[in-house]
Every structure is written in structure tokens, then in C-alpha cells.
Design a protein around this ligand. Structure first.
Ligand SMILES: [Zn+2]
Length: 233
């Protein structure tokens, strides 16, 4: 576990997909859950902080891709937490429809070669609460605002804490080492829409950016995001 700012931490040693932990007076919140076999590592790190799985009250989901909700069934069962996701991602999380993938008319980059994952329906987990653009989660970090950021996935959402200027960005951008880039085209439903979402969140001037992949960015974050938004198609 590594602390980003007081009360906001990230798990270590997960194979894919970054997971965040937020501490509030009423308990803990997870953001995303990593791939399927990560539940145990996540719970071990929570216990190492002196907390219990039942202290996790909420699991927030940025989008329903396997590297973000793979451990959701296991973590929901172990914690009893409320699962919170957008209306558009809900049927994917609940296993009612397959994961939406890029269609040939929207394909850019390597996606144009037809490289995209096979159709996949996820193991169902019930969503307890839907949140959409403009909703606030008052119980998290003194008020966490939900921002619709479609593109990578149709119902992708980011979470913004205005006083701390902290954003949980999901996969609007991905970070590999020091390389910050647009999400992988074959895994992104609509890159043009994703760029619009990137522009929208970069205008918030975030100071701390927590990616769905890679280490958080705490220096020149807004400037870097605006630069990428300007250069993006
Ligand atoms: Zn994704």
C-alpha cells in the first residue's frame, strides 16, 4: 500500500489495473478492483493497515473492463460493500450484455487492423447504486463528484474531488512507466469521444491524477493532460 495524499492510498503488487483505497470516518472506499485473482492481495493489504474487509463500505467502478472489475465478485462477497457504477456500465457488470467493443466505423490505430478482444460477458455482480454525471458521493472524501467521461467505455466515469483537485481518471489516459498516453485503441470504443472527455477533465486543472494503470501523477498534471488533449485527434 502506498499513500498518495493523506487518506488516499493505492495497492501495490497487483498484476494489472490500479486500485485505490480511500479512508473516511464511516469506513473505506475502493475504486476499481483489478483483475480476477487480486482480491486476496487487496484484502491482505487492507488487513495490514489494521482494518477489516467489513470496513469497506463502497466499491466505485470507473468502467466495466476485466482489469477493473475482475475481482469485484470476490471483493463484494468478502466485504459486503455497496457497488456503485454508472447506468450505462451496470448491465455489463451485471452480466446482461457483453463488454461493448470498438466497432469498425470507430476504429483508429491498431484497432483498424481488426485487433480487438473477443466478445466477453462478465461474471455477474449486482450494482447497488447508480451514479451519473453531476452526482456527488458526499460520504467520500468530503464530496466526490461523478463526471461522465465516455469514450474508452460508453459509461466510463471519473471521480473528482474539487478541494483537493484530485481526479480518479480511470482509463481516459494510461500510464506506462513515465509514458502517459491515450488508452489502447483496440480496447477503446470511441477514441474521439475519449478525447472530448480528456479535454473536459483537463479543464478542471487537476493537481493529482490517479490513473487506472500506472503511478499517480502529482506534478504538472493539468499541463500534461491539456497537452495530450490538444495533440489528440
Ligand atoms: Zn479499460
Amino acid at each position: 500500500m502506498r499513500t498518495i495524499i493523506p487518506g488516499v492510498h493505492t495497492f501495490t503488487g497487483l498484476l494489472a489495473g490500479r486500485v485505490y483505497l480511500i479512508e473516511d470516518p464511516d469506513g473505506l472506499t475502493l475504486i476499481d478492483t483489478s483483475i480476477a485473482p487480486s482480491g486476496r492481495k487487496i484484502l491482505d493489504q487492507i488487513r495490514a493497515m489494521g482494518r477489516q474487509p467489513a470496513d469497506v463500505k463502497r466499491i466505485l467502478i470507473t468502467h466495466a473492463h476485466p482489469d477493473h472489475i475482475g475481482s469485484l465478485p470476490e471483493l463484494k462477497a468478502a466485504t459486503g460493500a455497496q457497488v456503485i457504477a454508472s447506468s450505462a456500465e451496470r448491465p455489463v457488470i451485471e452480466g446482461q450484455i457483453p463488454i461493448p467493443r470498438v466497432t469498425p466505423d470507430k476504429a483508429v490505430g491498431i484497432a483498424r487492423l481488426g485487433l480487438r478482444p473477443p466478445s466477453m460477458t462478465l461474471k455477474p455482480t449486482l450494482v447497488d447504486r447508480e451514479v451519473n454525471d453531476g452526482n456527488t458521493l458526499p460520504e467520500v472524501l468530503g464530496g466526490l463528484l461523478v463526471i461522465a467521461t465516455p469514450g474508452h467505455a460508453p459509461g466510463h466515469i471519473a471521480f473528482w474531488q474539487p478541494e483537493k483537485r484530485l481526479i480518479f481518471l480511470g482509463d481516459i489516459l494510461m500510464r506506462f512507466g513515465n509514458w502517459i498516453r491515450l488508452p489502447i485503441s483496440s480496447l477503446t470504443c470511441d477514441m474521439t469521444e475519449n478525447t472530448r472527455s480528456l479535454k473536459k477533465v483537463s479543464e478542471l486543472n487537476p493537481a493529482v491524477v490517479c490513473f487506472g494503470h500506472g503511478a499517480p501523477l502529482t506534478e504538472n498534471a493539468a499541463q500534461i493532460m491539456r497537452g495530450l488533449a490538444q495533440r489528440s485527434p
